[in-house]
Design a protein around this ligand. Structure first.
Ligand SMILES: NC(=O)c1ccc[n+]([C@@H]2O[C@H](COP(=O)([O-])OP(=O)(O)OC[C@H]3O[C@@H](n4cnc5c(N)ncnc54)[C@H](OP(=O)(O)O)[C@@H]3O)[C@@H](O)[C@H]2O)c1
Length: 313
């Protein structure tokens, strides 16, 4: 059984934000339980965590959309470590494409991981935190859980759902002063999620400017764990996007299509349509950061492609 080191379970720990959270917590000497669907990349992260100073790092290879698998991982953690202090649910997938273009299994797959997976985690983690009388569950949402964007319906519906879920859970657990549920909502972050996303638009997505690093988001999550609060935005433009969506809906709707096309897509290279990593993990889809060019370069290339296309017509 684990001694004094806090026990943190991180989902989506093999890549992007979840990986950055795991590595950040390892540096503080936490004991980590790392969750994702691909065991090989998790084993790599576990090794890295141990070399950075983690008290321990175990791997739980599972799909968070599978409620029984989540229950098993929580049970084994308690059997091994005797407690569970913090859980960061960062597992997530994306599908690009308007509703009718995205196959039903892919649409449902996004909701299964992002929304139902968050509910599965909460269903098995909260009773443990409540029985302990302390602990913290962080659900990673998105600025897209507050606004609308064309061609991302499955993801946006899932993230509005995650925000609603976190709000409900915070309300339902406010009777215990040391049990916390938070929703952390990043803007654009340079991670592999854009490269592994399901795609039925025919062009790749990219993080819109201003782009944060996964380490920056992980640091914000660690601060929320240190000083609990129900909601936290991470991204300098989140407030502006939310204000435009809420207070100027007509202007927002008129502009968002063109802005999204230039800032949140890579129009330079056509992309084959397919389910990406929504239904199964992809062998080479795991790393701390993505491989996107900077936002100014990407927007410049998009504008050049659009202008070139018009001239050729
Ligand atoms: N990147 C951004 O711009 C951005 C912005 C706002 C919010 N977010 C949110 O931040 C979170 C992390 O995203 P990221 O950008 O770090 O993505 P990422 O680099 O693609 O990492 C996603 C992680 O989730 C795991 N995963 C996916 N489906 C899973 C499932 N069903 N069960 C268990 N694990 C699963 C992946 O590993 P396996 O494939 O091996 O399972 C991987 O470890 C997501 O919730 C995302 O929606 C991202």
């Amino acid at each position: 059984m684990n001694g004094a080191a806090p026990v943190m379970l991180v989902t989506g720990a093999s890549s992007g934000i979840g990986r950055a959270v795991a590595l950040g917590a390892a540096r503080t000497g936490a004991h980590l339980v790392l969750v994702a669907r691909d065991g090989e990349s998790l084993a790599e992260v576990a090794e890295e965590c141990e070399s950075l100073g983690a008290a321990g790092a175990c791997v739980e290879t599972l799909d968070i959309g599978d409620d029984a698998a989540v229950a098993g991982a929580v049970r084994r953690t308690l059997e091994r470590e005797g407690r569970l202090d913090t859980v960061v649910n960062s597992a997530g997938v994306v599908a690009y494409g308007v509703l009718q273009a995205v196959p039903v299994d892919v649409f449902d797959g996004v909701l299964r991981t992002n929304l139902l997976g968050s509910a599965n985690i909460a269903r098995h983690v909260l009773p443990v935190l409540r029985a302990q009388g302390r602990g913290h569950l962080v659900l990673v949402g998105s600025v897209l859980g507050h606004i609308a964007a064309p061609g991302m319906t499955a993801y946006i519906v899932s993230k509005w759902g995650v925000r609603a879920l976190a709000r409900q859970l915070a309300l339902e657990n406010r009777d215990l002063a040391h049990v916390h549920v938070s929703c952390v909502s990043p803007g654009g972050v340079d991670t592999p999620i854009y490269e592994t996303a399901a795609n039925y638009l025919g062009v790749r997505g990219r993080p819109p400017a201003p782009v944060s690093t996964p380490e920056h988001v992980a640091a914000a999550i660690m601060r929320v764990l240190d000083r609990p609060r129900d909601r936290r935005q991470v991204g300098p433009a989140n407030g502006l996007m939310r204000a435009g969506f809420t207070f100027l809906p007509g202007v927002y709707d008129a502009l968002v299509g063109s802005l999204f096309g230039v800032a949140a897509l890579d129009r330079t290279t056509p992309l084959a349509r397919g389910p990406g990593n929504v239904l199964i993990s992809l062998a080479d889809g795991h790393s701390l950061r993505g491989s996107q060019p900077g936002p100014l370069v990407a927007m410049g290339r998009n504008v050049a492609t659009l202008v070139g296309g018009r001239r050729r017509r």
